[in-house]
Design a protein around this ligand. Structure first.
Ligand code: JFZ
Length: 417
């Protein structure tokens, strides 16, 4: 068994660079949390937090009436925002399956919506040229064995068969799927209990190119820091998932006032791009599936910004140096450093620590050249406008083309030592 796992993980690691190239190059995706909880508008954990009885909660399955193909609006906005892929909750902790499943009647075809919402989602992604991810919660508050499976072997057997059955359907019935995004593996404590190895092998046999996250108790392809944009160890793919309101993944009208601006999103995106990570930014559509209002303007603005600054974001990036100025931070591709200036300094911008010869400085948007002086540890950009040229979000990217991949020696202390 240990042998089989080692062999599997080695095989997965071997094919990983080929499978994950598009994902790394994409950098930016849309997460969508949409389910019965959207009708409550009080967080996707409302059933648990508010101790709602299972049968009472299940009534929400009959009152849910999404409008016609709302996923097209999500996909259109994602595309406009410069996002390259989507991940939608096919089943969250509440246990309601958004697809046409044979594993349970608690699904969108049998109950209120009377349609396969996963199929509509997949079609919308394809229509707008976005890669397709399925979020699937292992934890299930509705399934009768979902909790007792930890203590009762017969229940575990049934629940694992149910889980694998769900994953098999999702991997079989919708054509090519690009990402399998598992979540919360409570209450089983080991991948052996979940039979994760068997489950993920099955997923990979049905979708050989698929990328799987790290929440089935096997490390698989990438890490998923949550609530903060934080790099995993070098060489390990990572994707931060973030909400629009710091509170809820599901629709929550009152949380809109804690909103996230285009400028905030660019900060997250810079952190991701600077450390070879991805950003999966969540929207929680309204019960009928409309895009939540707080997401529209910021995402549209970010999309406009990316039209002229995308080069600093998409594609193969290196990990970049930290701390050459308090006016902004960098992303980097080999010999080229992109300095994302958030705190515009006025007509001069000094950058510390780059000791490789700079050949050219320019504004990434528009391409106008910038004059500069370089001494041993300092680079001074000159003749800049008095205010930030970027009127969309006040984030101006300066492209610095060095003679070679730049060497960086951080901080004045290096000169003293
Ligand atoms: C989970 C869910 O409970 C939540 O509702 C949402 O779907 C989110 C994307 O994922 O929450 C988690 C999962 C993992 C961690 C924290 C919250 N974690 O690893 O810190």
């Amino acid at each position: 068994m240990a042998d089989e796992k080692t062999k599997y993980l080695a095989e997965v690691a071997r094919s990983r660079p080929r499978r994950m190239k598009w994902w790394h190059d994409s950098r930016f995706g849309m997460f969508v949390h949409w389910g019965l909880y959207s009708q409550l508008g009080r967080h996707e954990w409302a059933m648990h937090l508010e101790c709602i009885e299972k049968d009472d909660y299940a009534k929400l399955a009959d009152t849910w009436r999404p409008k016609r193909r709302p996923m097209r609006d999500w996909a259109r906005l994602a595309k406009k925002a410069g996002m390259k892929y989507m991940v939608m909750t096919t089943k969250h902790h509440e246990g309601f399956c958004l697809w046409d499943t044979k594993q349970t009647d608690f699904n969108a075809v049998r109950r209120g919506p009377k349609r396969d919402l996963v199929r509509e989602y997949v079609e919308a992604c394809r229509e707008f040229g976005l890669k397709i991810g399925f979020y699937y919660s292992l934890m299930d508050w509705h399934h009768p064995d979902g909790a007792i499976c930890a203590k009762d072997e017969a229940a575990r057997r049934r629940f694992v068969d149910f889980t694998h059955g769900c994953v098999r359907e999702l991997m079989s019935n919708y054509g090519r799927i690009d990402i399998l995004w598992y979540d919360v593996s409570w209450p089983l404590k080991t991948p052996e209990q979940w039979e994760s190895l068997k489950m993920n092998k099955m997923a990979r046999s049905l979708q050989p190119h698929i990328i799987i996250n790290d929440r089935s108790q096997l490390d698989e392809d990438f890490s998923t820091p949550e609530g903060e944009v934080k790099a995993a160890a070098e060489g390990r793919g990572w994707e931060a998932c973030m909400t629009f309101n710091d509170t809820s993944w599901g629709y929550m009208p009152s949380a809109a006032s804690d909103g996230v601006s285009a400028r905030d999103i660019l900060k997250m995106l810079r952190t991701a791009a600077g450390s070879q990570g991805n950003l999966l930014l969540n929207i929680g559509p309204t019960p009928d599936g409309s895009v939540p209002s707080e997401a529209v303007e910021p995402l549209t603005t970010v999309g406009k910004w990316l039209q002229t600054n995308g080069e600093a974001v998409y594609g193969r990036v290196d990990r970049c140096a930290l701390g050459c100025s308090a006016c902004g931070q960098c992303s980097q591709k080999s010999k080229t450093v992109y300095f994302w200036c958030r705190n515009w300094p006025g007509t001069e911008l000094p950058l510390g620590g780059y000791v490789t010869k700079l050949e050219k400085a320019s504004f990434l948007a528009g391409g106008n050249p910038i004059k500069f002086e370089q001494s041993k540890y300092r680079l001074i950009l000159k003749g800049l406008p008095r205010t930030s040229p970027d009127k969309l979000a006040g984030v101006t990217v300066i492209k610095l083309e060095f003679k070679a991949k730049p060497k960086f020696v951080g901080g004045a202390t290096t000169m003293v030592i």
